[in-house]
Design a protein around this ligand. Structure first.
Ligand code: ATP
Length: 379
């Protein structure tokens, strides 16, 4: 639990968030430098470096076993690093025990005290820090209000739903107004609708709180929704750090392209390169233009085309190719179509529903294409 120094410390003005430049920031910077964590000969964290800005909401995203929790635990102090260093506001924290780091923490299991009311649970860190009763009552009331829990103040955890219990756990983690909040898959036990509504609440809370949030998830949608920046992990390494738009539109490699969002990865040959625009040809002879990162040269390449960027028509046009529909599903807001090209590649297409949209039949021929700015040549 956090000690009193966390919230007693001076608040400072800051402007690290790109969406709300004037908001108040109380968060710390976190610098992870060449951090290594080994279990025997296995490297769970393999030379990880990451700079987190004060007040930033940064998400560690990756598949199971990629090292997200390991990194979070190293920052929290639950585990000791084998190499490198972690600095908070420029100061090394290796010798600071977890309870003295002043971080708020939220885990997948709510870990509430079952015999305490909501108020008592949320007040617990303040009582432990020896804060006076008046301050505690005021701060707890404010925090319950922030988390829309005021009407549940007198309830025991067992009298509340999973989503409400997790909101209590979040309230308890932020009641001290910590400079850093660490969250490890806090929403993964909740159903989809609840998860989505708490995601939006958490984003809003982060804006108001101004703390630095380090959030772990394997859910790419969650990461895209909430984060200022996302660090994508694979095999104990960070493979890309960027804002959600960049990660989604300009993934660094095939792994990020397929882990974040649905993707069509098309093999093609680079025929020409002019600035950042390339002309490519697929195996089946479809010639198209695409944007690319720097440093990619002539030769074979993989091109990412997101399913929602594919334009579908009934008739052939310049720059379209014929495909045969192999599956077509109506999912409400979108039509999800799978189709095969003449050279045997499968394309996934997602088209927004509309009054003039018709669900094609299996076996039908469609004509598809994409614009240069809608595809991305992977490094
Ligand atoms: P998940 O989403 O499943 O929680 P993760 O990305 O958080 O995965 P970690 O829990 O950080 O992954 O684990 C990273 C790797 O380190 C895994 O291969 C795991 O088996 C290994 N590992 C973690 N803790 C230990 C331990 N105490 N002893 C040995 N190996 C461990």
């Amino acid at each position: 639990m956090a000690d009193g120094s966390a919230w007693r410390s001076e608040r400072q003005e800051g402007t690290s968030d790109r969406t709300a430049p004037s908001r108040q920031v109380i968060g710390s910077s976190i610098a992870v430098r060449d951090v290594v964590k080994t279990y025997g000969s296995f490297r769970a964290a393999d030379n990880i470096s990451l700079d987190v800005q004060p007040g930033e909401f940064i998400t560690l995203l990756g598949p199971s076993g990629s090292g997200k929790t390991t990194l979070l635990n190293l920052v929290a102090g639950f585990q000791k690093i084998n190499g490198g260093e972690i600095l908070v506001d420029g100061r090394p924290i290796h010798n600071v025990p977890t309870h003295r780091r002043g971080f708020g923490m939220v885990f997948q299991s709510y870990a509430l005290f079952p015999n305490m009311t909501v108020t008592q649970n949320v007040a617990f860190p303040m009582r432990m820090a020896g804060l006076d009763r008046q301050t505690t009552e005021r701060r707890v009331a404010e925090t319950l209000e922030m988390m829309r829990l005021s009407e549940h103040a007198a309830k025991l955890p067992t009298q509340m739903s999973g989503g409400q219990q997790q909101r209590v756990a979040i309230a308890r983690a932020i009641v001290m107004r910590p400079k850093v909040v660490l969250m490890d898959e806090p929403l993964s036990a909740l159903d989809r609708r609840l998860r989505e509504s708490i995601q939006i609440e958490l984003r809003d809370l982060h804006q108001r709180l101004g703390s630095t949030i380090l959030f772990v998830t394997h859910d790419q949608g969650e990461a895209l929704t909430m984060s200022d920046r996302i660090a994508v992990l694979d095999g104990g390494r960070i493979v890309q750090v960027g804002n959600p738009v960049d990660i989604y539109r300009h993934p660094a490699n095939r792994f990020v392209a397929s882990f974040v969002g649905e993707s069509n990865l098309i093999d093609a040959e680079i025929m020409q390169k002019r600035g950042s625009t390339m002309t490519l040809r697929t195996r089946g002879g479809y010639v198209f233009a695409a944007e690319s990162a720097s440093g990619i040269d002539v030769g074979r390449a993989t091109v990412l085309v997101r399913p929602e960027r594919i334009v579908v028509g009934d008739a052939p046009l310049a720059n379209t190719m014929p495909v045969t529909v192999t599956s077509a599903l109506f999912l409400g807001e979108i039509l999800r179509i799978e189709a095969r090209t003449a050279s045997g590649e499968t394309l996934l297409i997602r088209s927004a529903d509309g009054a003039d949209r018709r669900l094609p039949s299996v076996g039908e021929t469609l004509h598809v294409g994409w614009r240069a700015e809608d595809c991305w040549v992977l490094a």
